[in-house]
Design a protein around this ligand. Structure first.
Ligand code: FMN
Length: 250
């Protein structure tokens, strides 16, 4: 197993996988790591659909266009899940407040599911596996995804995670410098200095994109990210949340 430093600092998203199955021992570690994720109130407001069925993976690929979903060995879908606690409360006759109408409820579920996904990423990485988060699963056709995965009310998709034996080792992507990631004691007040450092980072990514192994591009990082936001303006997540029983009013 890889040590912690290598696991965390040499992680990259891996999008090409061997056909091999994930070793049972690695899968067990991923399950245990996910189960031991810290969660709000220890309420464990998440669950995971572990997809090994190739036909279902192909359907999700057809919806999202993300090839990794069909070529990975396991595709795990991380969910915000209030169904489990609702079932138990109903059985025990404990009244549920209308918590699913609050933004905090949704926030908690997204945090819990995201942390659980990161537990899976780290466990998989430590075992020498490759992973790729797939956000398209949340955005492309949420109603159809909910139908395919038979999601009950009180449950929605936060993110997908492709896991497999790596067939590639992509270059590490340059990340923002610590000086704009970490603020010391309060948020940095020098907007000009921050802008300079962001501009330097922008130039660094552009250079990386022009020279990286396995397919180069002439991407301007800032424009590229903002273009993603532009496309995301069409997503109708509130409608999707409503359909899944989260009619947020406060
Ligand atoms: C929430 C989330 C959603 C993502 N969705 C996708 C996706 O749909 N397709 C994809 O190829 N990569 C996806 N990624 C991977 C990012 O593109 C990747 O993490 C980022 O470019 C940084 O590269 P690195 O992981 O190699 O450091 C996603 C990552 C996160 C955290």
């Amino acid at each position: 197993m890889k040590d912690v430093k290598t696991t965390l600092l040499e992680r990259t998203s891996v999008r090409r996988y061997e056909r091999e199955a994930i070793p049972e021992e690695a899968l067990n570690l991923i399950y245990e790591a996910v189960r031991n994720t810290p969660t709000s109130y220890n309420g464990q407001q998440f669950s995971v659909i572990d997809i090994s069925d190739q036909a279902l993976k192909e359907e999700l690929y057809a919806l999202t266009g993300q090839k990794q979903i069909k070529t990975c060995n396991r595709f795990m879908v991380f969910l915000c899940d209030y169904n489990k606690i609702t079932l138990l409360a109903r059985r025990k006759g404990v009244e549920m407040p209308p918590f699913t109408t609050t933004m905090d409820c949704v926030t908690i579920g997204i945090i819990d599911a995201s942390l659980a996904m990161m537990s899976a990423v780290v466990a998989a990485q430590a075992c020498g596996l490759g992973t790729n988060c797939i956000g398209y699963l949340r955005t492309v056709d949420p109603a159809r995804v909910a139908e395919l995965l038979k999601l009950p009310k009180g449950v929605f998709v936060v993110c997908g995670l492709a896991i497999g034996v790596p067939r590639e080792q992509p270059d590490l992507k340059p990340k923002e410098p610590a000086s704009v990631v970490f603020h010391q004691n309060c948020y940095r007040q020098d907007a000009e200095g921050m802008t300079d450092e962001m501009a330097k980072y922008d130039a660094l990514v552009q250079h990386y994109n022009r020279t990286r192994a396995g397919g180069t591009s002439d991407n301007d990082w800032c424009a590229h990210i903002i273009d993603y936001y532009r496309h995301a303006m069409d997503y109708r997540i509130l409608d999707y949340l409503r359909a899944q029983g989260f009619d947020i009013s406060k």
